[in-house]
Design a binder for this molecule. Structure first.
Ligand SMILES: Cc1cc2nc3c(=O)[nH]c(=O)nc-3n(C[C@H](O)[C@H](O)[C@H](O)COP(=O)(O)O)c2cc1C
Length: 163
């Protein structure tokens, strides 16, 4: 797939086949995360890759809309140092990870972290140091579904020169 196809065909995937994801592929996906745009090149992110089923189950239980994390072979926990632009930076890294996963033939889904009451608890569970914020959780694995999503048409959202 070329880059534009990757961008246009990524959809959130919440059911996964059981087969494990090779470590080299996970590393490449995280590599794409660390290369995201970041305010003042601050790069405040840390990425914790959780494959341990017990920890994934615990994370899943703590979340409200992330129960499917229990069934994903991998869950990437995106943490950021609490800087002025941590949320923008962590979100840019998260989107890069979703797209890289899709380019590698994996399905993934952004599960909310920031602003959630469970953010601190998940941070502690994965050993995040004080002062780090949970931005997102990204379960991923080989897709067991091909979801469609209705999207606002381009003509609805694109305005030239003025609103
Ligand atoms: C900030 C943010 C938080 C999200 N949190 C969740 C979540 O907790 N659980 C979930 O299943 N999906 C979550 N999503 C995924 C959205 O539901 C999904 O991106 C949206 O429905 C559009 O579908 P698409 O990703 O297939 O284009 C989140 C997405 C974003 C950007």
């Amino acid at each position: 797939m070329d880059a534009i196809d990757v961008l246009k065909t990524r959809r959130s995937v919440r059911t996964y086949k059981g087969e494990p994801v090779p470590a080299k592929i996970i590393e490449d996906i995280i590599d794409c995360g660390r290369l995201a745009a970041t305010a003042n090149n601050g790069q405040p992110w840390e990425f914790v890759v959780v494959t341990d089923p017990d920890i994934r189950r615990k994370i899943a239980t703590i979340t409200d809309y992330g129960k499917f994390i229990a069934d994903a072979p991998v869950c990437v926990v995106v943490l950021c140092r609490d800087t002025k632009y941590y949320l923008e930076d962590g979100s840019a890294a998260t989107e890069n990870i979703l797209l890289a996963a899709h380019a590698h033939g994996l399905g993934s889904c952004w599960v909310a972290g920031d602003k959630k009451p469970y953010a601190g608890e998940i941070g502690r569970l994965v050993g995040a140091p004080q002062g780090y914020k949970l931005v997102s959780l990204i379960p991923m694995g080989y897709s067991a579904e091909s979801p469609e999503k209705s999207k606002r048409p381009l003509s609805d959202v694109l305005r030239w020169e003025k609103y």
